[in-house]
Design a protein around this ligand. Sequence first.
Ligand code: GLN
Length: 203
Amino acid sequence: MPLFGVLALQGDFREHLASLTDLGEVAVPVRTVEDLERIDALVIPGGESSVIDRLSRNYGLAEPIRRRISEGMPAYGSCAGMIMLADRLENPAVASNGAVQETFGGIDMTVRRNAFGRQVDSFENRLDFNGTNIEAVFIRAPEAVQVGEGVEVISTVPGADPTSQGRIVAVRQGNLLATSFHPEVSGNAAIHEFFINITRGDA
Ligand code: GLN
């Protein structure tokens, strides 16, 4: 039975822990390198990606997480977690000391943070996720504005141009999954189930 970890430095990690345990999985918070070494798969929660970036570097977790991702550990990022899994950020946060926000990377995509509006902006949208119609909750959500050839686009929402393929809000590349939206908030199990199947080698 795989052991799931949820990065528990900042953000709504408790909701992800509950989503996984509600589905019968064993899930533990990850705050140290020792926690990271024990787990088989990692969830990176929603929150504030620049804070998750800074804390993960302060805790010495950023490099070990990068290494485990490059070795094939399955990882799922929602919202801020999606940002953390992007190889490239279009608009990284810049701290007052000039430090530029970094990511763990792993998915060959360029992500725009806060792509759907400002702090107060959140919305819900029904969309197709692998054949399941789900209610998706977006909170200051990012968007993948460019994806590489190896990246599978799973979900989009309509853009301003109705003839375009839409705005990319869920992607998969190998063992890595990312969504702009928050299934841990809406209580929809389809995304966590899909990630569990990826982890078990069934998807
Ligand atoms: N806008 C946030 C960021 O840049 C993400 C918001 C969220 O996770 N709900 O990290």
